[in-house]
Write a protein that binds this ligand. Structure first.
Ligand SMILES: Nc1ncnc2c1ncn2[C@@H]1O[C@H](COP(=O)(O)OP(=O)(O)O)[C@@H](O)[C@H]1O
Ligand SMILES: [Mg+2]
Length: 197
């Protein structure tokens, strides 16, 4: 049995032991440009998944890359969304600390893109990932996770605290946290001015 998940960018086919992620055509883009962009994103995603693994972050093993398709190990574990607790959130923080130490910004840090297997948090979906050493990019990265916790869990406050305990393993932790607070303030200011108009 193959389970097919259609996303905005890709079709994901879940087989018993492997997963195919195929970037789908964007009809509004001219074909040549679309082919080029999809190929480039596919190669970039596969490279970052492998590179993260080399830096000690649990990610699927890449089995093959061709054209607009990545074939990778299937992580047959529990979706993080269903088993979230303080310990899980702390482990996520440790994983993000390793990603950021390696200069990798994930770009879509939500519980949907994490799987728990054998006590390890696997990060998947590096479709929006890139290399960036700026504090701003990392601050935005953890802000995405913060917003996801707030949206999904009533006890988001303690989950966020646990995440930061784990993330504090990152050398530039305090700089990123400071920037995170600024980003959070900017967001509030924008929300308020939108309400006024
Ligand atoms: N290697 C994998 N092992 C197990 N499940 C996976 C794997 N890759 C993707 N999935 C499942 O497919 C879903 C969509 O894949 P994802 O890479 O997040 O694509 P999208 O960019 O469309 O969000 C994930 O949320 C997850 O449930
Ligand atoms: Mg995803």
């Amino acid at each position: 049995m193959v389970k097919v998940i259609m996303g905005g960018e890709a079709e994901v086919r879940i087989h018993d032991s492997f997963v195919e992620k195929i970037r789908i055509r964007k009809r509004y883009r001219i074909k040549e440009l679309d082919d080029f962009l999809r190929r480039r994103r596919t190669i970039s995603e596969a490279r970052i998944i492998s590179n993260a693994r080399k830096h000690g972050v649990a990610t699927p093993v890449i089995l093959d890359v061709d054209d607009c398709r990545i074939v990778m190990e299937r992580i047959d574990g529990e979706p993080v969304r269903e088993i979230m607790n303080r310990d899980v959130s702390r482990e996520i923080g440790k994983g993000v600390a390793k990603l950021h130490s390696a200069g990798i910004v994930h770009g879509d840090l939500t519980p949907m893109n994490m799987i728990l297997k054998n006590g390890r948090i696997y990060f998947i979906d590096f479709g929006l990932s890139y290399y960036d050493e700026r504090v701003e990019a990392k601050g935005v990265d953890i802000h995405v996770f913060y917003e996801a916790l707030k949206a999904d869990f009533d006890n988001w406050g303690e989950l966020w605290e646990a995440f930061l305990e784990g993330y504090s393993e990152y050398g530039k932790f305090s700089h990123v946290l400071e920037r995170f607070r600024e980003i959070e303030m900017r967001g509030r200011y924008v929300d308020k001015s939108e309400n006024r108009s």
